[in-house]
Structure formats: C-alpha cells, structure tokens
Design a protein around this ligand. Structure first.
Ligand code: FAD
Length: 374
C-alpha cells in the first residue's frame, strides 16, 4: 500500500451503503470522518436494490469467501436487532428456465462441494420447506433452497448506521452536489464540493457508486466498467405467505419491511430506455409484465399492483469482481466499487476502515485491488 502511517481525518464521497458502512467503522476506530453526498442518503443504487444476501451459484473462491464473511456480519447484526423487520434470514429459493440454460443440477453440485447450505427440491416438496410459492411455476429440474440466505432493506440499515456514526461525532453533508477528490503531489488531501466547500483529510474514500470509474479517470487511472441500467419495482402492500427471496427465470422477488414486495429481472432492465436528457423511460407493459411474472410465481397468484419504482445505474466492475482499496500511485486515495454491495456492505466498510486507519493491507482484499486494471 502507498500509505505507511495511521490517519486521523477521513473524507468520504458517497451516501450509499459502502460510504456509510465505512464511515461508521472509521468513527468506531477513532477517526474524524466527514461523509459528503450529492443528494440524500441512499438516493442511488442502495435506495433501489433487491438486496438479497447470498453467495449462491459459481464465482471465484476469494469472492465467495468475502461474501460468506459479509453474511456472517449480517448474522451478528441480526442477533443485535432480533426484531428488525429490515433484516431477515428466511432463505432463498432459485430455479432456472426449462431449456438448455438450466444449471440447477450443476449449481447444486457446486454448492454442496463448497459446503454452501443447499437443498434440491422437486416442485411438490417446496411448500414443506418455504411458504408462499406456486409449485406450478417451478421447472421440472427442481429448485434449490438455500436456508442461510436473507435480505436487508438498505435504506433502513443506512439509517441505523448513520445514527451510530452521528453519535460518534461523524459529520454528514447531504445535498452537496457533485464533489471531487483533491490530489496534491501524489496524495489525496481532501474533497471539494460543487459549491467550493473544502474538507481536508489525511485519506479519502471514493464510494460514489456508478460514478467511481469516471471520477478515478480524472486522475488518469482506469477501472473497467460494466454498469447496466437497472429497474426495481415495488408493489402495494399485499398479504402473501412468501418469506424467502425468489430467484426465478423471469423475476426475482423479495418481501419488504412494510408488506410490499420488490421485484427485478434482467429482461425488464433491458426494456428501460434512456432519453437524450439522461432520464429513463419505463414502459407500462414492462411494469405489468414484471407484476404478472411475480404473481405467477406466488401461491394463489395474487393480483399485484404497482406502488413505485426505482431506475438507474447498478454499479458493476468490468470483470464482475469487487474493487476495494487504495489507488496505485496516489497515497490515501481509496475506492469502493462493486456489485452485490448489499451482501458486501458491512464487511467492505470494516476492511476498508481497517486499511485506512492502519495503513496495512488486509489479506481478504488482496485480489480485489484497483491496481489489477493497470
Ligand atoms: C436493482 C438492483 C438489484 C440489486 N440486487 C442486489 C442483490 O440482490 N444483492 C446484493 O448484494 N446487491 C444487490 N445490488 C447491488 C447493491 O445494491 C449495490 O452494490 C450497492 O447498493 C452499491 O452501493 P454504493 O454505496 O456503491 O453506491 P450507491 O448506493 O449508488 O451510492 C453512491 C452514492 O454516491 C453519491 N455520489 C456519486 N457521485 C458523487 C459525487 N461526485 N459527489 C457526491 N456524491 C456522489 C450518489 O449520490 C450516491 O448517494 C442491487 C442493485 C440494484 C440497483
């Protein structure tokens, strides 16, 4: 790492889960922290996320390990908040399409081989394991139930973390407009807001979600970017028995703290159009299609009604793996840019805070360094 010594003042750009989680961890370690964000807290990806806590299917062993430790931190948090409606571990149920893309047998074999808790169920076995699912929607290859999975409502979590952060003396600056990182003589020295306010710091964390690649490009560094436009649809509250997070070929569904459901899918994301002024257009047929797919997956095929939706970029690095740590050649300039930021939210904040305060590299982040894009 570039930074050899301890730092005491840290400035953070980004009021999503990575910024806020890192802020509270830094404050717990005694750092003086200012978090600056463009609009409100949780106004971007963290405010419109499916937030399924998982390490299902196949990925690199290092990424799997980090996700499992991420889930462990949520388990600890859940034990501290046993009645929280915003953090649940009721499992996840996954099935694939009935065509040549179906990977259920291979995924099940892989998950068993790495000790990821998984049960392969035929359609008529599902009701005995998890409620609220229409067995007719499940394809003949069966479904995998992962009892260790869960979900979190990120805006609620962010509120809980910010409350602690403020109690520890942390400063939150919202509605700040587009801030930038100040770099002098090869080292980050603070951040500057669009209206010229300057926050000096010994280290800066850039946790600006989908904007990270563009902002680091300003200092001549590249982080490849595969960020798509995403769509999350929320239903009006409905009385359903569903508890697990569903991942099905045409829709993902999870419960919410308020009795609504949230839904997303790959096909509906592809139907979102970007207008010339940068805003997004979602067709009514996309909403209705997603609601119909969710209804078909649920027991009793309830009538689902659109309540609201969130649309915008979903931060994903070009190689799909997380990007955490100090930029090469710029001391004290740290970044957090990743997909699955719900699953990784708590652990990423913990490990980044550790690195920033001690100046020592954490081995768990070794393969996720921004320097790999050089
Ligand atoms: C539809 C959808 C489904 C998802 N499903 C899952 C899932 O099932 N499981 C899972 O683990 N993860 C999931 N994710 C991913 C997860 O939600 C994100 O990885 C995570 O929320 C990203 O958090 P972040 O802090 O990096 O970014 P964000 O939440 O986008 O926050 C970045 C913040 O930085 C601010 N900002 C940007 N530029 C500037 C600037 N120049 N100055 C000041 N402020 C700035 C923004 O306003 C924003 O507040 C999903 C995401 C989406 C959108």
């Amino acid at each position: 790492m570039n930074s050899p010594s301890r730092v005491s003042r840290v400035a953070i750009i980004g009021g999503g889960i990575f910024g806020v989680s890192s802020a509270v961890q830094l404050a717990r370690r005694g750092a003086q922290v200012t978090l600056v964000t463009e609009g409100a807290l949780a106004s971007e990806a963290s405010g419109r996320s499916l937030s399924w806590l998982n390490s299902s299917r196949m990925r690199s062993p290092e990424y799997h390990q980090l996700r499992m430790i991420g889930i462990d931190r949520y388990r600890t948090l859940a034990a501290k908040h046993p009645d929280a409606a915003w953090l649940r571990f009721d499992g996840g149920l996954t099935w694939d399409a009935d065509d040549s893309s179906n990977e259920i047998a291979a995924v099940y074999a892989h998950e068993r081989s790495i000790g990821y808790d998984a049960r392969l169920l035929a359609a008529d076995q599902v009701a005995a394991v998890t409620p609220g699912v229409d067995p007719r929607a499940i394809t003949r290859q069966g479904a995998i139930f992962n009892p260790g999975e869960g979900w979190v409502d990120l805006p609620s979590l962010i509120n809980v973390l910010v409350e602690e952060f403020s109690a520890l003396g942390g400063e939150v600056v919202t509605q700040a407009g587009r801030a930038s990182v100040e770099v002098n003589n090869g080292r980050a020295t603070g951040i500057v807001t669009a209206d010229g306010r300057r926050f000096a710091a010994d280290a800066v964390l850039l946790a600006a979600g989908a904007s990270v690649p563009k902002i680091v490009a300003e200092v001549g560094l590249q982080i490849t970017d595969a960020t798509p436009i995403s769509l999350l649809v929320k239903t009006k509250p409905i009385n359903v028995a569903l508890r697990a997070v569903l991942n099905t070929p045409r829709v993902a569904v999870r419960p919410t703290p308020t009795g609504s459901l949230v839904l997303d899918s790959a096909w509906s994301e592809e139907e979102v159009a970007r207008r010339p002024d940068g805003t997004f257009e979602v067709k009514d047929s996309t909403f209705q299609g997603l609601l119909a797919e969710a209804s078909a997956a649920l027991e009793g095929n309830p009538m689902l009604v659109l309540d609201s939706y969130g649309v915008g970029p979903k931060p994903i690095p070009g190689d799909g793996e997380p990007v955490f740590g100090e930029l090469p050649g710029i001391a004290g300039y740290y970044v957090a840019f990743s997909h699955s930021g719900a699953t990784l939210g708590l652990i990423a904040g913990e490990l980044l805070a550790d690195e920033i305060v001690t100046g020592e590299s954490h081995p768990l982040l070794k393969t996720f360094r921004p320097s790999r894009f050089k």
